[in-house]
Design a protein around this ligand. Sequence first.
Ligand SMILES: NC(=O)c1ccc[n+]([C@@H]2O[C@H](COP(=O)([O-])OP(=O)(O)OC[C@H]3O[C@@H](n4cnc5c(N)ncnc54)[C@H](O)[C@@H]3O)[C@@H](O)[C@H]2O)c1
Length: 408
Amino acid sequence: MASLGHDVVGYDIDPSKVDQLKAGILPIYEPGLDQMLTDVLAKGKLRATSKLAEAISDAEFVFTCVPTPQDDDGSADLSYVIAASQAMKSLLKPGAVVVTKSTVPVGSAQRVEAAIDRDDIHVASNPEFLREGAAVYDFQNPDRIVVGARSADVAQRVMDLYAKVECPKVLTSQPAAELIKYASNSFLAIKLSFVNDVAALCEAAGADSREVMRGMGLDTRIGNRFLEPGPGWGGSCFPKDTRALASIADSFGLQIPLIAAAIASNETAHKRVADRVMNALGGSLVGKTIAVLGLTFKADTDDTRESPAISVIERLIGRGGKVVAYDPLVNKYDLAGLSLADSPIAAATGAQALVVLTEWAEFKSIDAKEILSAMSGKVVIDTRNVFDQKTWETTGATFPSTVSPRTI
Ligand SMILES: NC(=O)c1ccc[n+]([C@@H]2O[C@H](COP(=O)([O-])OP(=O)(O)OC[C@H]3O[C@@H](n4cnc5c(N)ncnc54)[C@H](O)[C@@H]3O)[C@@H](O)[C@H]2O)c1
């Protein structure tokens, strides 16, 4: 928002994040964000404070971007949103608009209104669709911006903040805005689960899943994005948002069986990778060392929340294996049985199998010969299709349960 020219004051209950921002240090990794932060700090467009009153008492718009984690029953935990609303209640200036950026279930806007309990304050919903790892690009080039509010005037005022961003702009009611976010994420998760299930079928049937996905994706009704098979989906959004949508439907006495099926399929996808490693190593992982490349839930982020890589690693360790992993951005992860290495070669040295779980671009240029000669086995399981299989096979790698590229 500061890069669009607005005067922004950031507040966080965690003072260390405020101190970091003031010093121009990002608490997360996100391509291009460091330069953007430097620019807006230099222009005085972004400030950070640990004092809530300082952040909001002059603000025309207050965006809440607090966590909405999964509660024990699968529903979204709104306690951070409500706590933030209550904390700002007496500090907001008359006419201010409180804008919910957090992903919240339908009906949350009314709960925020009730928590603030002031007739002179407006509440709007402006769900965030950016992808981690592409946050700056997505903010500047969104597919759409959605704002929901009780009145079209308030929704338009929030939308005007994005006047410099060119994209379709969708003004809706509060519940529609809230549902658009969950429905979008759940639809994408369902698409990925389907892709992973079809990829498993491809393997069983002797088809190259990449050929199948290309053939499917050329149908413009399907589209060629989100058609890459992998070890299963994860991250900070899809797992909690799919469960939350199922829980929202349940609260209305409705079921969306596709969501439950996608969640179950995803667990199977994680298990399938562990099964494949175990089968390739003779049916047991006891006493075996497995090298893993990638811990984050996808490339270009340092986020390991609900990462499929971690889920697969937990399964490998649970079956008696020892895992040594390398990830370009993760140098600490507490899990018994997992140790971290500082390079792919260090992770692979002495390992019986090499498993790629995140699609980091740097893995493409790994020297197959060098890695294989450091390993004690030759099994390579590339769940993200980052290696050129032919090249690796010529240096002695075996790719179990994957189909060799066909010569037509
Ligand atoms: N991460 C994403 O890519 C993404 C994308 C779209 C939507 N979202 C949604 O955005 C929301 C935030 O996600 P995130 O990944 O940024 O979470 P996060 O946990 O990384 O960051 C949330 C921040 O809120 C702070 N916080 C908690 N309570 C607060 C309070 N009362 N006042 C001020 N600060 C407070 C925390 O200290 C933390 O720094 C969630 O609802 C999430 O679903 C996230």
